[in-house]
Ligand binder design. Sequence first.
Ligand SMILES: [Ca+2]
Ligand SMILES: [Ca+2]
Length: 116
Amino acid sequence: MAKKQKFLTAKMLQSLSLGALCAIGAFAMGIETAGDLHPFAKSEAALQELLHVGSDLRGDVNGNGTIDSEDAYLLYEFSEGLETPAADELRRGDTDGDLHLTASDLGYVLHALSTR
Ligand SMILES: [Ca+2]
Ligand SMILES: [Ca+2]
């Protein structure tokens, strides 16, 4: 009887280990694919149109009239929670309108920079 209990314990440990490996693997895959977004399937003309909302340049976080590397740097800091955006920085930097500054907004700015 004691031998059977030991066998079950080892089997349970094996199952738990397998479960833990699956959880860790799923978590790792989630992290790996979290930044794998493709929000820019639109044409170049549509993208340029999206860059302008009223008189504000979308993605121009610091409001200097152009999308530049400083905007990308600010979005990185805001999206990582290293800094807190002011209300106007949030308004100008929120390129997808979700009221948050995230990697998606940073991706938008980086794409705009890369297509100049
Ligand atoms: Ca700027
Ligand atoms: Ca956003």
